[in-house]
Design a protein around this ligand. Structure first.
Ligand code: IMP
Length: 195
């Protein structure tokens, strides 16, 4: 069993990842690793923020660590909220306020295509690797469903009629940006002789 620190305290993300990562790897949260910090996300790209998060935690733990940074990119809003997805409506990272702001900015715009993009930064044996996962879809005009988190109630992935918030975790994983990036992470890890 190999322990990998996941540079997050978002339990939804940890549950999603543990449901797909398999038995050989135990993913632990920052809290379980004994770390209590709000990691900065100061950069203007998902890639740079993911690197920042994994590097900060690696410096603190010197353990293998990965982080991920995700943004929702809405075409009619020139890629907003993008890298600002968590704090779109303010520093308090309120999911409902973020949804309200997005729906209000988009109004009844007919072009509603969007994508979730996840960048994973892995620091493995001291060296960084990045993996990307994308889920194309579109933004609803009203919220649908109560599951999931973040923008899930207003995002319908291509190939479905349901929003992410109307899906079970297994259904969401059939489409999920994070799942696609994590699958690449897992494939990389499986090639490492230590596992
Ligand atoms: P983070 O920086 O990776 O935590 O993601 C930034 C923000 O994107 C989060 O606070 C959520 O609002 C949103 N987000 C990330 N992943 C998802 C998802 O799978 N569904 C809905 N919203 C998400």
């Amino acid at each position: 069993m190999h322990t990998l620190v996941f540079a997050t305290n978002n339990q939804h993300k940890v549950d999603e990842i543990n449901s797909i990562i398999g038995k050989n790897i135990r993913v632990i949260t920052l809290r379980e690793a004994g770390i209590d910090i709000d990691i900065p996300e100061p950069h203007d790209s998902l890639e740079a923020n993911a690197t920042e998060k994994s590097s900060v935690i690696y410096q603190l733990t010197h353990q293998n660590v990965f982080s991920e940074d995700t943004g929702l990119e809405v075409d009619a809003l020139q890629g907003e909220p993008g890298v600002k997805s968590a704090r779109y409506a303010g520093e308090e990272k309120n999911f409902q306020a973020n949804i309200d702001k997005l729906l209000s900015k988009l109004g009844d715009h007919p072009e509603r295509t969007a994508r979730f993009r996840t960048v994973v930064s892995l620091i493995w044996e001291g060296k960084e690797y990045q993996f990307e996962g994308i889920c194309e879809g579109y933004i609803t005009s009203i919220q649908k469903g109560t599951g999931g988190f973040g923008y899930d109630p207003i995002f319908i992935p291509k190939g479905s009629n349901n929003s992410f918030a109307e899906m079970s975790m297994a259904e969401k994983n059939q489409f999920s940006h994070r799942k696609k990036a994590i699958v690449q992470l897992i494939e990389f890890l499986q090639q490492q002789p230590v596992l």
